[in-house]
Design a protein around this ligand. Structure first.
Ligand code: GCO
Length: 451
């Protein structure tokens, strides 16, 4: 299929020779092979079996079968001229019970993936934790148990030793606010726990683990580039009423500042969100020093903006999000607002932290209702989305923001967590019956941009 979308405005040269272009994925969402070659169960293997947790009763046991088709998919990455591939390691392939005996078959598998990338001239970017805690560790309390810092450190050490000779770009953890918020507070992601008594310790232990992981990687791999990634949404108040402004500030603290500020040495933003004071009992002497780490880069992942309103009835934060559907704005298949300026504002916001040395946009993309028609998938909305967001990235870069790269979320349509397979985020279409891949018009557009 020929892309009939003429790209007259965007040119990769505008971003400079050194700008990093890539595509991002995560193990649970693509690999499948949930019990192959000695893999242990992860919290997602358990959660997806629970009734009513995943839309349509979907599960990720096969996903896109990347585990077996990695060569074909990496060939496609190459065909699309994408020089950098971000993927995550499933902890329970390396350590089936989270600690103890190493599963050599798991190490061998990721070695094959890494080697195949390198043989195709593609740089592997490894995320060590994209939400799939080994189930055996969850049985011991998971992220609520302070011992997780040691479990995680051991896992990081094993990965650094196994893959560090070839992998030059590392991300310790993906979006801690999502796996703690959705998984330990709202109960809508694995492991499905709820409430502050789970959420607050999980936040602190994840933060300590991020810094611990960064330090281990830096020591073991002094030449590698080490980062960690955060989700961030541009937040605006619903009105200029004082109450809405305060509500927006609070949500901004929770969504955008909570995890990054302690790492930067600024502590938790508890002054605005008194509920976080409840964390004090988990913070031991010395912790606020131990959570600090000077990452080589910070990965930011932005999709949309949120409009926030004062809400008396919402516990703890007295704030609620005004859904995009109710605001008469363009939305994606996730119901998220298409708002290109959000990525610009996010870059400006994080650029203000002098402690951040470098920013990569490690995820950006959108789900739309794509259809395969006569072997082609025409997705002009996604092309437009990516073009508009990239224009905003360029604007921020030209205004001096330290942004050094952009990774599209995501390579192929995949398992979108609690939403199952319906939201299609890929630049490559997957027929989930046959698992056949078809490059979408957006994939061709990206290939053309990167040519
Ligand atoms: C994320 C997740 C991805 C999601 C994507 C779309 O980091 O948020 O890494 O796994 O699929 O964001 O929701």
């Amino acid at each position: 299929m020929k892309s009939n979308i003429q790209d007259t405005v965007l040119n990769k040269q505008f971003f400079g020779e050194d700008f990093t272009w890539g595509v991002s994925t995560a193990a649970v969402q693509i690999e499948g092979a949930h019990d192959a070659d000695g893999k242990g169960e992860s919290v997602w293997d358990i959660f997806t079996q629970k009734k009513g947790k995943i839309k349509g009763g979907h599960h990720h046991r096969t996903a896109t079968d990347f585990y077996n088709r990695y060569q074909d998919d990496i060939d496609l990455i190459k065909q699309l001229n994408i020089p950098n591939f971000r993927f995550s390691i499933a902890w329970s392939r390396i350590l089936p019970t989270g600690t103890g005996e190493v599963n050599q078959a798991g190490i061998d598998y990721y070695n094959r993936v890494i080697d195949y990338c390198l043989a195709q001239g593609i740089q592997p970017w490894l995320t060590l934790y994209h939400w799939d805690l080994p189930h055996a560790l969850e049985l011991k309390g998971g992220w609520t148990n302070r011992a997780v810092i040691d479990w995680f450190s051991n896992y990081v050490t094993i990965c650094a030793t196994a893959f560090g000779d070839r992998v030059k770009h590392w991300m310790v953890m993906n979006e801690p606010s999502v796996f703690t918020g959705a998984g330990y507070f709202l109960g809508i992601h694995a492991p499905g726990r709820k409430g502050l008594k789970n959420f607050l310790p999980a936040i602190h232990h994840a933060t300590l683990s991020i810094a611990a992981g960064g330090k281990i990687l830096r020591k073991a791999l002094p030449d590698a580039e080490i980062g960690t990634t955060y989700s961030c949404s541009y937040i605006e108040p619903y009105s200029d009423k004082q109450k809405d402004i305060i509500a927006a500030t609070r949500v901004d603290a929770l969504l955008n500042r909570l995890f990054i500020e302690p790492v930067l040495g600024l502590g938790y933003p508890a002054e605005l969100t008194p509920v976080l004071k409840g964390m004090d009992k988990y913070i031991l002497p010395g912790d606020l020093d131990n959570v600090k780490f000077d990452f080589d880069f910070i990965g930011l992942q932005n999709y949309t903006r949120e409009i926030v309103k004062h809400s008396f009835f919402t516990p703890y934060i007295h704030a609620s999000l005004v859904k995009a559907e109710k605001r008469n704005v363009p939305i994606t298949a996730m119901g998220w607002e298409v708002y290109p300026a959000s990525i610009y504002h996010i870059l400006k916001k994080y650029n203000q932290y002098p402690q951040i040395k470098k920013i990569y946009l490690t995820e950006s993309g959108a789900a739309f209702k794509d259809e395969l028609v006569e072997d082609e998938v025409n997705d002009p909305q996604r092309v437009e989305y990516l073009q508009q967001y990239l224009q905003e990235v360029l604007k921020a870069k030209n205004e001096g923001c330290k942004v050094s790269g952009y990774f599209i979320w995501t390579l192929t349509d995949n398992f979108e967590w609690a939403e199952g397979y319906h939201p299609r985020f890929g630049i490559i279409y997957v027929d989930f019956e046959t698992l056949q891949r078809t490059v979408k018009a957006s994939g061709l557009w990206y290939a053309n941009l990167l040519r």
